[in-house]
Design a protein around this ligand. Structure first.
Ligand SMILES: O=P(O)(O)OC[C@H]1O[C@H](OP(=O)(O)OP(=O)(O)O)[C@H](O)[C@@H]1O
Ligand code: HPA
Ligand SMILES: [Mg+2]
Length: 181
């Protein structure tokens, strides 16, 4: 299907993201100061840029692992069916876990993933998302840390895609279709 033409307007600059990550890393450091067994879990694919920047700001011994979950495919609407496409390598029972996500929109993805991981009985499980769109929530989910609360705009960049494109933009932008009146 041919894609509609669109442009991307910057919403959050690379500089603002970096500054916010420094603050978040300090708060996470306080929360996990007493653990030497933290596993930082990135949700593929969207979190790959955020987790890379976040772990480099963490002054803690960390193990990094990834879980792949998908619910949007190439669409702009959630399928509401979260599929786990790749499991963790680490066993997390009895360990402290920080789940790193790019965005909480309807909430289905993180809601499903946290239940999936909690069934493995970690000692502690916390969640962080760079972006939160509270006005779009369909399930009651709240991350422990949020980078930025944003309005109901379809966003791309800094790991986040529209039909698998634009993940490599260094900033967060919003998609604006140019064929709209
Ligand atoms: O709160 P929700 O409505 O569930 O939306 C958030 C999820 O949707 C996107 O993932 P997507 O399924 O597009 O996969 P991707 O991470 O591989 O891009 C995004 O990366 C989050 O994981
Ligand atoms: O705003 C968004 N942009 C891209 N992918 C998404 N998945 C959930 N919300 C979004
Ligand atoms: Mg995702």
């Amino acid at each position: 299907m041919p894609q509609r033409p669109y442009v991307i307007d910057q919403l959050i600059s690379a500089k603002a993201i970096a500054a916010r990550i420094e603050d978040l890393a300090r708060e996470i450091g306080d929360e996990f100061r007493d653990t030497d067994k933290l596993v930082v879990v990135g949700l593929l694919r969207g979190s790959f840029v955020f987790i890379a920047d976040l772990v480099r700001e963490l002054d803690l011994p960390v193990e990094v692992d990834f879980l792949e979950a998908s619910s949007y495919g190439d669409a702009m609407e959630s399928s509401r069916e979260v599929r786990i496409l790749k499991d963790l390598r680490a066993a997390i029972e009895g360990r402290d876990v920080l789940v790193v996500e790019d965005i909480v929109d309807t909430g289905h993805t993180l809601n499903h993933v946290t239940k999936f991981l909690l069934s493995r009985k970690p000692a502690k499980l916390r969640t962080i998302a760079l972006l939160d769109k509270p006005s779009r929530r369909e399930v009651d989910f709240k991350a422990h840390w949020i980078g930025f609360s944003i309005p109901d705009e379809f966003v791309v960049g800094y790991g986040i895609d529209f039909a698998q494109r634009n993940r490599n933009l260094p900033f967060i932008g919003k998609v604006r279709f140019t064929d709209e009146a």
